[in-house]
Design a protein around this ligand. Structure first.
Ligand SMILES: Cc1cc2nc3c(=O)[nH]c(=O)nc-3n(C[C@H](O)[C@H](O)[C@H](O)COP(=O)(O)O)c2cc1C
Length: 373
C-alpha cells in the first residue's frame, strides 16, 4: 500500500520523508519536485521565513538513473534556518496552536518542543510526496491543481472554465483567477498586515481526467470522499472540507442539485452539471473532482494575544514567532499534494502497484471494458 512518513523540525537540520509502495518503472523528475516547493512558498501574504528557505529535494534512496524500482523512496530537504538549539524556550502557549494541548499531552513545559514539530514547515515533506504522486498520475493524463476562491470577505464571483484555471492561477500572486476579487484580497491582506492581524480563506483543488471507479462504498474506510476529507483537513489550519458545491447544495431541494445522467453514442454517459464534485457513493464518477478547503486565519499575530506563563500562571502576552499574514495559496498547493497522494493510493488499489508497465496494461483493459459498458 502507498504510504509515507515524515520526520523533521521547523528549525532542525531538515525534513526527511519516506514514500513506500511507489511502483517500479516510473520516471521521476527532481526539478519538478523543486518546482512544487517554489509553488508552496509563493503567495502574497507569506512571511520572511519563505525568503530564507530555498527548498531543494535531495533524493537519498529509491531511484536509479531517475527511475523508481519498487524500493522505498527517501527524500531530504535541508533547512537553511537550522537554529533549533539556539532558539529561546517558550513558556507562554500561543492560542490557536498545538502549544498548550501538546504540552499537556507530552508533559512538556517548553512549548518550543511542541512548535518545532507542529509547525506547517513539515508540509514541505508532503509536497515532495505530492510531486511524485502527481508525476505518477501524469502517466494517465490525470492532473491536479488548485486556486484561491476566497480571502477573508473577498470572494471570487466570476465563473471561469476549469481548463483555464491552472494557467491563470499560476500567473497570479494569490493563485486567484478573478482579477477584481484578487485586487480586493490583496487590499485586505495589506490592511491585515498593517494592523498586525491575519486572514484565512478558501482554496479549491481540482483533479481532472480521473477514471470512474476509484474508491468504494463497500466499507466506510474505503469511501474516497472520507479519505479525501481526512487528507485535506490534515493540512494545518484547514478546518472544513467541501466536496463539489456541497454547502450550496444543502440550501436547496433535492431536485435542484443532483447531476442528472444522459447518454449519447459518442461520449457515453454524460452529466451537464458536476455539483457532486466528481464523487458519488464514495467512488469517482468520471467527472472532475472538486474539493474546497476552508482555512482559519493565521493564529500568530504581531499584536500578540493573551496567554498564561506556565511557570507562574500569571497572565502574559503569547509568544510571537515570525508569521505569515495569509497562507491560503500555499495551503492550496499542499492540499494538491495530499489529494495527489490519496488519488494515487486509490489508483494503485484498483490497477495494481508493482510496476508501471503492469498498471498501464490493467488500466487500458479497464478503460476498454468501460467503452462497451
Ligand atoms: C502553508 C502554511 C503556513 C502557515 N504559516 C503559519 C504562520 O506563519 N503562523 C501561524 O501561526 N500559523 C501558520 N500556519 C497554521 C498553523 O500551522 C496551524 O494553525 C497550527 O499548527 C495549529 O493547527 P490547527 O490550526 O490545524 O489546529 C500555517 C499553515 C500553513 C498550511
Amino acid at each position: 500500500m502507498l504510504r509515507f512518513l515524515t520526520a523533521g523540525e521547523s528549525h532542525g537540520k531538515g525534513f526527511t520523508v519516506i514514500l513506500d509502495g511507489f511502483p517500479a518503472g516510473c520516471k521521476v523528475d527532481t526539478a519538478a519536485i523543486n518546482g512544487e516547493f517554489l509553488r508552496r512558498q509563493a503567495g502574497y501574504g507569506r512571511g520572511k521565513r519563505m525568503k530564507i528557505e530555498q527548498d531543494k529535494a535531495e533524493i537519498v534512496s529509491g531511484l536509479k538513473d531517475g527511475f523508481s524500482f519498487g524500493a522505498p523512496i527517501a527524500i531530504f530537504i535541508k533547512n537553511n534556518d537550522f537554529s533549533i538549539n539556539k532558539k529561546p524556550a517558550i513558556y507562554s502557549p500561543r492560542p490557536g496552536h498545538a502549544d498548550l494541548a501538546g504540552g499537556m499531552k507530552y508533559n512538556l513545559k517548553d512549548y518550543r518542543l511542541v512548535l518545532e514539530r507542529a509547525s506547517a514547515r513539515e508540509t514541505v515533506a508532503r509536497v515532495a510526496v505530492g510531486a511524485l504522486c502527481k508525476q505518477f498520475l501524469g502517466n494517465f493524463k490525470i492532473s491536479v491543481f488548485s486556486h484561491v476562491i476566497q480571502i477573508g470577505s473577498a470572494r471570487v464571483l466570476k465563473k471561469i472554465g476549469q481548463n483555464s484555471i491552472f494557467k491563470l492561477a499560476e500567473r497570479s500572486p494569490l493563485r486567484c483567477v478573478d482579477k477584481k476579487a484578487e485586487k480586493e484580497m490583496i487590499e485586505l491582506i495589506d490592511e491585515a498586515a498593517k494592523k498586525g492581524d491575519s486572514l484565512g480563506g478558501v482554496f479549491e483543488v481540482i483533479a481532472q481526467s480521473l477514471p470512474p471507479g476509484l474508491g468504494s462504498y463497500a466499507q466506510w474506510d474505503m469511501r474516497l470522499d472520507g479519505q479525501i476529507a481526512s487528507a485535506i483537513i490534515s493540512v494545518p489550519a484547514v478546518k472544513a472540507v467541501e466536496i463539489g458545491s456541497a454547502v450550496e447544495n444543502s440550501f436547496h431541494f433535492g431536485s435542484d442539485v443532483q447531476d442528472e445522467i444522459f447518454y449519447n453514442q459518442k461520449s457515453g454517459f454524460i452529466r451537464k452539471t458536476n455539483r457532486a464534485g466528481g464523487l458519488e457513493g464514495g467512488i469517482t464518477n468520471g467527472g472532475s473532482l472538486v474539493v474546497r478547503g476552508y482555512m482559519k486565519p493565521i493564529a500568530t499575530l504581531s499584536q500578540a494575544l493573551s496567554s498564561v506563563d506556565i511557570r507562574t500562571k500569571k497572565q502574559v502576552k503569547a509568544f510571537k514567532e515570525r508569521a505569515d499574514v495569509c497562507a491560503v495559496p500555499s495551503a492550496g498547493v499542499i492540499a494538491e499534494s495530499m489529494l495527489g497522494f490519496v488519488l494515487m493510493r486509490s489508483f494503485l488499489d484498483k490497477f495494481g502497484s508493482d510496476s508501471l508497465a503492469d498498471i498501464k496494461t490493467n488500466y487500458k483493459s479497464y478503460i476498454d471494458r468501460l467503452k462497451n459498458y
